[in-house]
Write a protein of this length. Structure first.
Length: 208
């Protein structure tokens, strides 16, 4: 319980501990991963494994934790044959995620600024909360200030705030900002000239 208490909102710790005990998974608190916030594994139908990034704020940690527990719920509720025909974030996972999140969708657990966009997102949850710009923005406001990373002259800003044609760096590559298409911006990677659709609210570093 001490492990969970370190990372979760206080009002959600007991519930999350019950989920841990019920699904009997191995929990790993992982180092920062650029490509994912958490994951679920069931190696050889052995003990279930869930990992969540350690650097998430308590609210993002809770959402990610239950996201992965929902995968565990789907896994133990269906046969191997059924699982082979299911999409990882299809209807079965969405329903499990919605059901498992319901007990913590309260003002006791989440501040109003996060709870409102979270409830909207949970109506049709996607593979990642990054698909909801409003939720991502609200969660970022709860991030601790990292003084060693953020400086007064820091050039980090949301991709959508760059002008078309401007150059920026993202995940150690240089891109040129293109046109906005719904929630993503089509950008050209300079070294390869290939186009990529990057989330409009992704934090990027503007090139001087």
């Amino acid at each position: 319980m001490d492990v969970l208490a370190k990372y979760l909102p206080a009002a959600s710790v007991s519930y999350c501990l019950n989920l841990w005990q019920h699904y009997a998974f191995q929990l790993k608190i992982a180092r920062t991963r650029k490509t994912k916030l958490g994951d679920f594994r069931a190696p050889g139908r052995g003990q279930l494994q869930i990992s969540v990034n350690a650097d998430l704020n308590p609210f993002a940690f809770l959402i990610t934790y239950i996201h992965e527990v929902a995968h565990a719920d789907v896994y133990v509720s269906h046969t191997p044959r059924q699982l082979r025909t299911m999409k990882p974030h299809g209807p079965a996972w969405q329903q499990a995620f919605q059901r498992l999140m319901q007990p913590v969708l309260t003002e006791e657990v989440f501040p109003d600024a996060i709870l409102e966009p979270l409830r909207v997102y949970m109506q049709a949850p996607a593979a990642t909360s990054q698909a909801s710009p409003a939720l991502v923005h609200a969660l970022r406001q709860a991030d601790p200030v990292r003084h060693n990373e953020l400086k007064p002259n820091d050039r980090l800003l949301a991709l959508r705030d760059l002008a078309e044609g401007e150059l920026f760096q993202f995940r150690e590559k240089t891109y040129q900002r293109g046109t906005l298409r719904r929630t993503r911006v089509v950008c050209k990677e300079i070294s390869s000239s290939k186009s990529y659709a990057i989330l409009a609210h992704a934090l990027v570093e503007k090139c001087e």
